[in-house]
Ligand binder design. Structure first.
Ligand SMILES: NC(=O)c1ccc[n+]([C@@H]2O[C@H](COP(=O)([O-])OP(=O)(O)OC[C@H]3O[C@@H](n4cnc5c(N)ncnc54)[C@H](OP(=O)(O)O)[C@@H]3O)[C@@H](O)[C@H]2O)c1
Length: 322
């Protein structure tokens, strides 16, 4: 089968589209004929050796896929050949076929496209967990989403609206701000004068919840805009810089900095995680949310796509097609 292989950690352009041996079925696993692969920011870090996970090389990157089951292991009763499914794979997703443990596979409704089901995994899964369990977002609170036109950002806007918040999107260009508004943001603004803008928008009260997948200098700026009892959610560092917090700000303003690690949640709190996924699927079926998956490329273009994602080029979730 064809797959994208990282032979050695290094520049993204070194990843290779090539023939590889297919993995063998295991008793508690299924084989998926992959129709859509979700591209995630960490995939680009992973192949460069810049991510917390460092698999042995060579390896196939890719943590979320959707497709059709073509083979089932001897212990499988929950799935059958022909089922439409989405799955979290951690690795091996950038391929025509993938072997996945049953516990990581979800049946997807007929009306849900393969592309949308990929987006609902890492991006919506993360933003949902962040706002619900970690941020405890309440109706009528003020939510600010940074990196708002990106994959987790769009998800955070849509989920924030479903949870009843007033959502302010922050994005770097007017086109990205327009996309954020089309996806439900009440207002979208740029990074310039952000502290003053948020002070005005919140009538001086400050922001209740901030969703920050960007990090860097902007983290320090938004830390100065928090409301009393606010929650500053640490999602990621797309800017490439892990910020430091002047903790006197947390003392004086009485806000909390809350870490979010969805991967750890899926592994250590499996029941709660499954309930979250069911809720997301229900919202999708009730047309309350709609992933933005307008861009898709052949799997062979993975290197170009990863470069694009890591250089601020993503709008919503990008999909690769094997
Ligand atoms: N904690 C978790 O469990 C978890 C789960 C998933 C993802 N993440 C992390 O969250 C971060 C964002 O993921 P994502 O899927 O939303 O990525 P994405 O789709 O690429 O969006 C990231 C956004 O960050 C902004 N950004 C600012 N400076 C940037 C820079 N120098 N390079 C690239 N983007 C920059 C961009 O928006 P503007 O141009 O508007 O600034 C971009 O749209 C990543 O660090 C990822 O590893 C964490």
């Amino acid at each position: 089968m064809k797959a994208i292989v990282c032979n050695n950690f290094g520049p993204i352009k070194n990843i290779e589209y090539k023939d590889v041996n297919e993995h063998k079925i295991e008793e508690n696993s299924v084989i998926i004929d992959v129709q859509s692969v979700g591209v995630n920011f960490p995939d680009g870090l992973l192949v460069q050796g810049k991510y917390q996970l460092k698999p042995e090389t060579p390896f196939i990157p890719g943590m979320e896929v959707a497709g059709v089951i073509i083979e089932i292991g001897s212990n499988i009763s929950k799935f059958k050949i022909g089922d439409r499914v989405a799955a979290l794979t951690q690795l091996n997703g950038y391929a025509e076929k993938v072997v996945v443990k049953e516990s990581s596979v979800f049946n997807i409704p007929l009306k849900m496209s393969f592309d949308h089901s990929c987006a609902l995994l890492c991006a919506y899964g993360t933003s949902h967990y962040a706002l619900k369990q970690r941020g405890k977002l309440q109706k009528d609170e003020l939510l600010v989403v940074l990196g708002a036109s990106g994959s987790t950002g769009i998800a955070a806007i849509q989920i924030g609206k479903i949870m009843g918040a007033r959502v302010i999107a922050v994005a770097s260009t007017s086109e990205k701000q327009r996309i954020a508004e089309e996806n439900g943001a009440d207002i979208s603004i740029g990074y310039d004068n952000l502290k003053e803008e948020l002070k005005t928008i919140s009538n001086g009260k400050g922001v209740d919840v901030i969703f920050d997948p960007v990090g860097g200098d902007i983290f320090d700026t938004v830390a100065r805009t928090m409301a009393r009892n606010g929650r500053l959610l640490v999602i990621g560092f797309a800017s490439g810089t892990i910020p430091k917090l002047a903790v006197n700000l947390a003392l004086v303003k009485e806000f909390s900095v809350v870490g979010v690690f969805w991967g750890a949640f899926t592994r250590s709190d499996t029941e709660e995680y499954k309930k979250n996924m069911i809720e997301l699927f229900e919202w999708y079926q009730n047309d309350l949310l709609k992933p933005l998956t307008e861009e898709s490329y052949p799997l062979s273009d993975a290197a170009m796509v990863l470069e694009k994602v890591l250089s601020r080029g993503a709008k919503g979730k990008i999909i690769l097609k094997p």
